[in-house]
Design a protein around this ligand. Structure first.
Ligand code: EPU
Length: 428
């Protein structure tokens, strides 16, 4: 197994290039099931979540070739069964997208209840509601979700809550349904717009993505295309926060600054300088970091996926900050790990109260989920001394070569192999 070993206290300086967006890529790779020809996907991030998506498709019969580590040729025409291999699918949240894509193509899907980061209860009732609205029935047997429709007929879908995954699955089921589907209270995240652009390039008829009403008129055929995935807003935000936490000066390239607005605004409130260019942002700090309050909200509000990283930054800001996560029930599991590094954080339900401290101290810690892990990396970079981060497979689900990118910015970070304690016990 691997861990990151960080000797903190170095300013990050230089340039870093942002990879393709994880949450767009996992939806777009799954969407190729709806395509009637082969597709070339560019700017696919080289992370374990996209690798698992590709593996699932391969096990189902698709042909996948990489022309380089970020470009995939995907041909799903040989997939003959609507059943997803359960072991692989259970490891990630995005496996729920196979419900919508297989239902769209075969009018039937068998997919295990999705896994992914443990952020509290993550039901799929709204996904099922969308499928039911289009005429599908469902049952859940031994943890496998089975959806089936004699035919899919366009209809109105009103989401009771704002759901990214539910909106994406509704689009998938509607793309090849008969007639018009109107999705109301739809999520507006940039990766929903990217997915709609991908499907429209293939010949789908989707309007309104990026607003809260999305209209999908079903089509019979989707042609093969070459498509480049948008840059990862959360990866970019993570490097912005890392630059601020180390009081560095970093040019973050290959970004869409508009997607970073809520992050930029909050960094500026803390006294961080953020300069925006056409497709890059420069983050630098030349004074003290000031407290601020953060409340996560659906896009265009402050993203829950940046909450842990920002909280890590707030642990070293002057004063008391209040961080509220309105999206997930359990997204503060990193707080105990940051406390091991000297942070002063108290969590009650969906609220964390962070009293800024003079500085953090390196310690052995454990990534409890993807963004929690990113928060610990940031804490390790600005802490005095050595931080060892365990369970980094969480981090590698969503960040391409984070150790190499940070090392290129001057961080002292190494990915180190170690023998897990229970493996040593077993062999002794
Ligand atoms: N929810 C329901 N019922 C549903 C669906 C969602 O109650 O049927 C609830 C969830 O429990 C949660 C809220 O609605 O409280 C929002 O969930 P949403 O469906 O929007 O999230 P998701 O689709 O499961 C995606 C991202 C997450 C990101 C959230 C919110 C992917 C693969 N995952 O999850 O990304 O946090 O949207 O923006 O796109 C990450 O990248 O670290 C990550 C966790």
């Amino acid at each position: 197994m691997y861990k990151y070993v960080i000797n903190g206290g170095r300013k990050l300086e230089g340039e870093v290039s942002i990879s393709g967006a994880k949450n767009a890529a996992v939806a777009i790779v799954a969407a190729t099931i709806l395509c009637d020809e082969a597709c070339v996907l560019e700017n696919v991030p080289d992370i374990s979540d996209t690798a698992i998506c590709a593996k699932i498709l391969r096990e189902m019969g698709a042909t996948i070739n990489y022309t380089n580590k970020n470009t995939m040729l995907v041909d799903t025409r040989n997939i003959k069964s609507p059943k997803v291999p359960p072991e692989l699918a259970r490891t990630m949240r995005a496996s729920s997208y196979f419900l919508g894509t297989l239902l769209g193509r075969f009018r039937e899907a068998f997919v295990p209840m999705p896994g992914g980061c443990d952020l509290g209860d993550r039901p799929i009732d709204q996904h099922i509601k969308a499928f039911n609205c289009l005429g599908a029935h469902h049952e859940i047997i031994n943890g496998i979700v089975h959806v089936k429709a004699d035919d899919l007929i366009g209809n109105q879908i009103f989401f009771d809550i704002n759901t990214v995954g539910g909106t994406i699955n509704a689009i998938f089921a509607a793309v090849k349904a008969k007639g018009l589907t109107i999705i109301e209270n739809a999520a507006k995240e940039p990766h929903i717009v990217d997915l709609a652009n991908f499907l429209n390039t293939m010949g789908a008829d989707i309007r309104g993505a990026g607003t809260d009403v999305i209209k999908v008129r079903g089509v019979n055929f989707l042609k093969g295309v070459t498509y480049g995935i948008i840059p990862d807003q959360i990866e970019a935000g993570t490097y912005m926060v890392a630059a601020a936490a180390t009081k560095g000066n970093v040019l973050i390239k290959n970004v869409i600054p508009k997607h970073l607005e809520s992050i930029t605004v909050n960094l500026r409130k803390m006294g961080v300088k953020v300069q925006e260019f056409d497709d890059s942002v420069r983050v630098s700090v030349d004074g003290p970091l000031m407290r601020t309050n953060i409340k996560t909200l659906p896009h265009p509000g402050f993203p829950t996926d940046m909450q842990p990283q920002f909280s890590a930054l707030l642990t070293i800001a002057d004063g008391t900050s209040i961080v509220t996560d309105n999206i997930f029930d359990n997204r503060f599991r990193y707080a105990g790990e940051l406390r091991k590094m000297g942070a002063d954080i108290t969590v009650k339900d969906k609220v964390a109260i962070i009293q800024g401290v003079e500085g953090l101290k390196g310690a052995p810690v454990r990534a409890t989920d993807l963004r929690a892990g990113a928060a610990l990396v940031i804490a390790g970079l600005c802490a005095e001394g050595r931080t060892e981060i365990d369970d980094i497979y969480h981090i590698e689900r969503g960040y391409e070569c984070i150790d190499e990118k940070l090392a290129a910015l001057g961080a002292d970070i190494k990915r180190v192999y170690f023998q897990p304690k229970n493996a040593m016990a077993a062999s002794s």
